[in-house]
Design a protein. Structure first.
Length: 190
């Protein structure tokens, strides 16, 4: 399954490509972005970090059909990469994302999450989506809450910012579909 172009009310989610490496490199290496990411992210971020990660990590996984990744771009500025979101069909860490701090607080990641979660359940046919996150990452936890996810466990995990208490968040396909069927539900906000 190739990674399709997805759109929301305000965003274009374009399949991530090697040509996006420079734009990722220009935005990604900020402490506000990386501190709650898995410790496997190198910090300080190397000058060729985005190129190596996309070329050697993401593109081979996409080719194997185990991952799907998108650049996040405003519809009004489709040439501007403001973040990345991805799905991973390996273990209990199925979705990851980051957004340029200058674009946070506008509900954009909620829209992106709704689009890729719909792809996970409706196109890929997965039964459950699980996402670990640092308890201290309040903004990310709020996105999971708005998406109807629930905490199913806690454990310490290693993040770029150190060893922190983490929660495992989960939503099933049936729960996702029931939320979308609720009166007044907007598909780009679920």
């Amino acid at each position: 399954m190739t990674t399709p172009l997805l759109t929301t009310e305000r965003l274009v989610l374009r399949p991530l490509q090697l040509t996006d490496a420079d734009a990722v490199q220009a935005v990604f290496p900020q402490w506000e972005i990386v501190r709650y990411l898995a410790a496997k992210v190198p910090w300080p971020y190397p000058a060729d970090g985005a190129l190596v990660f996309i070329r050697d990590g993401l593109l081979p996984a996409i080719e194997r059909g185990t991952q799907w990744h998108w650049s996040i771009r405003p519809r009004a500025l489709p040439g501007q990469l403001i973040g990345v979101i991805g799905l991973i069909d390996e273990g209990d860490d199925n979705r990851g994302f980051w957004l340029d701090p200058a674009w946070q607080g506008q509900g954009l990641m909620t829209e992106a999450v709704a689009a890729v979660t719909g792809f996970w359940f409706d196109v890929l046919g997965k039964d459950v989506l699980r996402v670990p996150k640092a308890i201290a990452n309040t903004a990310s936890r709020r996105i999971s809450e708005r998406a109807g996810m629930r905490v199913v466990g806690t454990e310490p995990r290693d993040f770029v910012g150190g060893r922190l208490a983490a929660q495992m968040w989960e939503i099933t396909r049936d729960e996702w579909r029931a939320r979308r069927a609720e009166p007044g539900a907007r598909s780009d906000q679920l």
